[in-house]
Design a protein around this ligand. Structure first.
Ligand code: NAI
Ligand code: PYL
Ligand code: MG
Length: 265
């Protein structure tokens, strides 16, 4: 999995505020409102225990501190355990955590100790960003383009299909594209070949979940489109964002984390 860097997480509160403003402007809901609409839940007085994990590549500077800032930004109570790993888990539970957040290099989980529900960051991130894309107030149809059909993108595409949207998909990995076509009935849109044709389908709603920059080509963009992308770095260039007046929702950790939390309340 592509790992976050301390640079990705810089000024996390400012990134959250900016994302909240963009989501509100583009969809009419703030991030909490989107998660409530998705899961039918709302945060209460749950206490969140954040456990640093030293496995694999080890602790990412400011990852736990960013999670604490995120939890508090959304109005929950939280704490970071003094110890990491198993000792930290023990500390979280004995300190009265209702929910535990922890991540190694492969899995970032939220576990509700009260109701035993558990969430994985990748599908929760895909679902919430896909939901945001699908709620564009300016969209004139139900066509959504999904670029990147991996651990985040595929669950997002699946969510959009279940919601009755007309989902077009692309992934450079042909096997993943074929899987989305066969399992989700996604319409494949090969951006490589489309680039060569004069006309191409344009989209007001785009969900991108790849680890590459500039994956969203100009010929798929409608004016005033909404690009909802957890992918790091951003798949839409700054030039195209300005040229098409696109709203871009992109944030490194918080939106996905709130989706996890709301899914286990
Ligand atoms: P993944 O590797 O499972 O999926 C990425 C997919 O993008 C792959 O199927 C790959 O073939 C495809 N891809 C790569 N370049 C492409 C291109 N130019 N055009 C079309 N498809 C392309 O990775 P995963 O776990 O789905 O994560 C995707 C991105 O989301 C990563 O950058 C990850 O860091 C980020 N992420 C962000 C989160 C957030 O809250 N902002 C949370 C979780 C992941
Ligand atoms: C959850 C993020 C979103 C994108 N990539 C995922 C990532 O960076 N995962 C690794 C997280 C490691 C955290 C480290 C710590 O500081 O506790 N074990
Ligand atoms: Mg996020």
């Amino acid at each position: 999995m592509a790992l976050l860097t301390p640079e990705d997480l810089a000024e996390i509160n400012r990134q959250l505020e900016k994302s909240d403003e963009t989501v509100q402007r583009a969809t009419g809901l703030d991030i909490k409102g989107v998660c409530k609409a998705l899961y039918g839940t709302e945060a209460g007085s749950e206490k969140v225990g954040i456990v640093p994990i030293t496995a694999g590549n080890g602790i990412i500077g400011s990852f736990s501190e960013s999670l604490l800032a995120i939890v508090r930004y959304f109005g929950l109570d939280g704490f970071i355990t003094k110890k990491p790993d198993v000792s930290g888990y023990y500390e979280a539970v004995t300190s009265g955590a209702d929910i535990v957040l922890m991540a190694d290099d492969h899995t970032y989980l939220a576990h509700n100790l009260k109701n035993r529900k558990i969430a994985n960051n990748q599908p929760c991130t895909g679902i919430v960003y896909a939901e945001i894309a699908s709620r564009s107030l300016l969209a004139g149809n139900k066509d959504v383009l999904v670029i990147g059909l991996g651990k985040v993108g595929f669950p997002g595409a699946e969510h959009l299909v279940k919601k009755g949207f007309s989902v077009y998909g692309y992934d450079v990995d042909n096997d993943l594209l074929k899987r989305a076509v066969s399992e989700l009935n996604v319409t494949p849109l090969d951006l490589e070949t489309e680039a060569k044709t004069e006309t191409s389908k344009k989209f007001s709603m785009i969900f991108e979940a790849t680890p590459c920059p500039d994956t969203i080509p100009e010929f798929v963009l409608e004016k005033d489109c909404l690009v909802s992308t957890p992918g790091i770095p951003c798949g839409l260039s700054e030039d195209l964002k300005i040229k098409y007046g696109a709203e871009v929702v992109m944030e490194p950790l918080g939106i996905g984390t709130l989706s996890m939390l709301y899914s286990i309340l």
